[in-house]
Design a protein around this ligand. Structure first.
Ligand code: SF4
Length: 229
């Protein structure tokens, strides 16, 4: 069984033009220059990171799957892992270095921009991990599931506990802590299991939330019904 591996020198380049556009700022204005200054600060500060393991599935039950001795309960996860033998539990993060810079609460705009920069760093870390798994572990087409995303009972957030225990000391490795309510700190972190699949899958297909700005796939009622326990 593989040990936890750490990616703590993830290269990144923040895209000022795209962030300026997303924040609805006009290039050259004072606000746009302010944002550019924050991007420079983030470039000096940020250390996005990832931790992951290469694991093998030991057992599949009706609604459970046991991976290297740790059992997860989720019909959706079990269904998604029907054809899988090898999986990659992971945690990626913008890095706690970014949380050390805090803007005054009253400075709502700057706080918001800083959070958006952290989101971009998280996405960079996540994409980097996927490309490492693809190139170094010969993972072909893949998808991921994340505890607590999608509808509440699809893969309950409490399952963060076994996920973290499967990885090891994630706090020591990449500085991501799990709270008693199973939330991660830094908030801009993402945990999950990546698995090989020929089928396009996104958790949003199992989520009934309306008007989510981050939705990446439409709700799939038939799939949702098939994953209900
Ligand atoms: S629709 Fe939004 S809340 Fe639901 S899983 Fe997708 S991104 Fe998450």
């Amino acid at each position: 069984m593989g040990i936890m591996q750490i990616l703590d020198s993830i290269p990144f380049a923040l895209d000022a033009a795209s962030l300026t556009q997303r924040m609805c700022l006009t290039p050259g204005t004072e606000d746009a220059r302010e944002l550019e200054g924050m991007l420079d600060k983030a470039t000096e500060t940020a250390k996005p990171k990832a931790a992951f393991r290469e694991c093998f599935i030991e057992q599949k039950g009706e609604d459970t799957v046991t991976i290297d001795g740790v059992t997860f309960t989720s019909r959706a996860l079990r269904k998604n892992l029907d054809e899988a033998e090898r999986v990659f539990p992971f945690v990626v993060t913008c890095g706690r270095e970014m949380d050390r810079i805090v803007y005054e609460r009253e400075d709502f705009l700057k706080s918001y921009w800083w959070e958006e920069i952290k989101s971009d760093l998280l996405k960079i870390a996540s994409d980097h991990l996927t490309s490492v798994l693809t190139s170094k572990f010969a993972l072909g087409k893949s998808a991921a599931m994340n505890p607590g995303s999608g509808d509440i009972d699809i893969w309950p957030i409490e399952q963060q506990q076994p996920l973290f225990s499967l990885l090891g000391d994630v706090d020591d490795a990449i500085g991501v802590e799990l709270s008693d309510s199973f939330l991660m700190s830094p908030i801009k972190s993402l945990s999950g299991i990546r698995f090989p699949t020929e089928v396009d899958f996104r958790t949003c297909q199992l989520c009934r939330r309306n008007n989510c700005p981050s939705r990446s796939a439409p709700f799939d009622k038939a799939l949702w019904k098939s994953c209900r326990s």
